[in-house]
Design a protein around this ligand. Structure first.
Ligand SMILES: [Fe+2]
Length: 233
């Protein structure tokens, strides 16, 4: 039986645009289990101007109960965050402030959808210099990366990974996302890893159950494997 790690999902209640309360969070946990997920990382938005207000206190409040009740439901959850890189912070300060995925070396980095910040790559390389491994959240969504295969190749050559969203590959978010996500899997197979970026059970539900079988080789089984992940090769 294949083990499944979902390294990017919004599971914490009342923190960001994820579940509004614990009941919704636990419904999402149950759905992830139903879709075959064994391990998940709760990745609330961090360093994001949209969700800056008291975010650490909200995380501290939501995390213990979620962890305990998810474990009781059969899902082992780790704490991480989706670290927004706006380019406003000095790269070294960004690398220090970003929270990793669980206790591992990997750090999920979110870029703005509409442009590539001037210090985006410098921020990723600051993570690399500090011994960590950056994982770009849904690069298929970032218009600033369209046509920047050279930048992506440099990022990957330095150990970077690309988190591709399952629902995009499956086509549940339209043809453009389907095309861009599948193109990255084909162009950089050694660096890609799938994840749901689930927020709720409606428009942004996990879509592991919609993933065509030929893409399963990009499913990472657990967090320790992610540290040395070589993608779907
Ligand atoms: Fe996310």
């Amino acid at each position: 039986m294949r083990r499944v790690l979902d390294l990017h999902c919004h599971l914490l209640a009342a923190v960001d645009d994820g579940p509004a309360d614990l009941a919704q969070a636990l419904s999402l946990v149950a759905e992830l289990r139903h879709q075959g997920v064994n391990y998940a990382v709760a990745t609330p938005h961090l360093l994001s101007p949209r969700f800056a207000d008291g975010v650490e206190a909200k995380i501290a409040r939501a995390w213990p109960r979620l962890q305990e009740q998810a474990a009781a439901a059969g899902l082992q959850v780790f704490l991480g965050s989706e670290n927004h890189c706006s380019g406003q912070l000095d790269p070294e300060a960004f690398a220090q402030a970003a929270r990793p995925l669980g206790d591992g070396p990997c750090v999920l980095v979110e870029l703005p959808d509409d442009h590539l910040p001037a210090r985006a790559w410098a921020s990723c390389f600051a993570l690399v210099r500090s011994g960590r491994r950056p994982v770009l959240a849904h690069p298929e969504r970032c218009r600033g990366l369209c046509g920047d295969d050279e930048g992506l190749a440099g990022f990957i050559a330095n150990g970077g990974l690309l988190q591709i969203t399952v629902g995009h590959v499956a086509g549940v978010h339209g043809w453009a996302m389907r095309w861009r996500s599948r193109r990255l899997l084909a162009r950089f197979p050694q660096a890609c890893v799938l994840s749901s970026d689930a927020h709720d059970l409606r428009a942004r539900r996990p879509a592991w159950d919609k993933l065509p079988a030929k893409f399963q080789r990009w499913i990472c089984p657990d967090l320790p494997s992610l540290a040395s992940w070589q993608g779907g090769i």
